[in-house]
Write a new protein. Structure first.
Length: 298
């Protein structure tokens, strides 16, 4: 019996039992391994800045523009040709009391618009004396300018279109704007200095924009304009919008840049020339190699 009891510990030590389904142990991480870093989060992108009041939104072509796409916008009107000083607005060499009158429009959108069928009128209640001009087929590029002169007794230089066809190209005499003439035959058909309106109608007859001044009442040119604006009364030059937005104001042109008018250029859309590159510093001429006095002469 003592011998049998002595063998039991040896038998127990020689038997081993593995636990069922035991998961293999993970090898220990090396001591020099760097801890895992979390993946970097992408930096938040800043939101585009909101459009300033009176300025077009360059990213979305939406509000605060004064007119919706695809309509043009009246931006300058010369209804009272100055009697002194600079008065030859159409650059034909002479002042003409009605022929130098003009209406300027721009395309405030970032896409081209078709002008065919848009009509400019004044506020006259009489059909016989109503100033009227309807555009022919003409595609106006983004932010481009078009000028329509009364044209009575005028010979406007450069390419000029009329109600039948557009100009052959931009007119270099008017900042490369597209220039048209109404070819009005009578001095009686013109804007009234004392009070009148420049009106714009869409091809479908919709009353889009009216710019009135002086004694013109709210019935001048019709009622129900989408954009109804008041311009100051002046005899020193044109009146001009100071921006393409809904909050822009009409001012006498001399208040904007001291000139009486500027047919063909609208300051908010002007392309500023690139600044000239800084001159390179003069380079010194390469010095001739010095002769080594110790070198042996041949």
């Amino acid at each position: 019996m003592p011998i049998l009891l002595a063998l039991i510990p040896s038998i127990a030590l020689s038997c081993s039992f593995d636990p069922p389904d035991a998961a293999p142990a993970k090898p220990p991480a090396p001591k020099d391994a760097a801890p895992e870093k979390p993946a970097p989060k992408p930096a938040p992108q800043p939101a585009p800045p909101p459009a300033a009041p009176g300025k077009a939104d360059p990213l979305h072509d939406v509000a605060p523009l004064a007119v919706a796409f695809p309509h043009p916008l009246i931006t300058e009107v010369l209804y009272a040709v100055p009697s002194t000083g600079e008065a030859d607005a159409n650059k034909d060499g002479k002042r003409e009391v009605s022929g130098d009158e003009f209406v300027e429009l721009v395309n405030p959108h970032d896409r081209s618009i078709e002008l065919r069928g848009y009509t400019i009128t004044d506020g006259s209640p009489s059909a016989k004396t109503t100033l009227r001009f309807t555009f022919p087929a003409f595609l106006l590029p983004p932010h481009a300018v078009v000028v329509v002169f009364n044209g009575h007794d005028s010979k406007i230089p450069g390419p000029v279109g009329d109600s039948k066809s557009g100009p052959a190209g931009g007119n270099e005499h008017f900042h490369h704007a597209s220039v048209f003439t109404m070819r009005i035959a009578s001095t009686r058909i013109s804007f009234s200095n004392a009070g009148d309106a420049a009106c714009l109608r869409a091809p479908d007859g919709k009353l889009l924009q009216r710019v009135r001044w002086g004694k013109a009442d709210d019935k001048a040119g019709g009622t129900g304009f989408v954009l109804d604006e008041i311009a100051p009364t002046t005899s020193k030059g044109s009146v001009q919008r100071d921006g393409p937005g809904k909050d822009a104001a009409w001012k006498g042109h001399t208040e904007i840049d001291s000139t009486p008018f500027s047919p063909g250029t609208f300051a908010p859309f002007e392309t500023k020339p690139a600044a000239p590159a800084a001159p390179m510093p003069p380079t010194s001429p390469a010095s001739a190699p010095t002769k080594d006095p110790k070198a042996a002469t041949p």
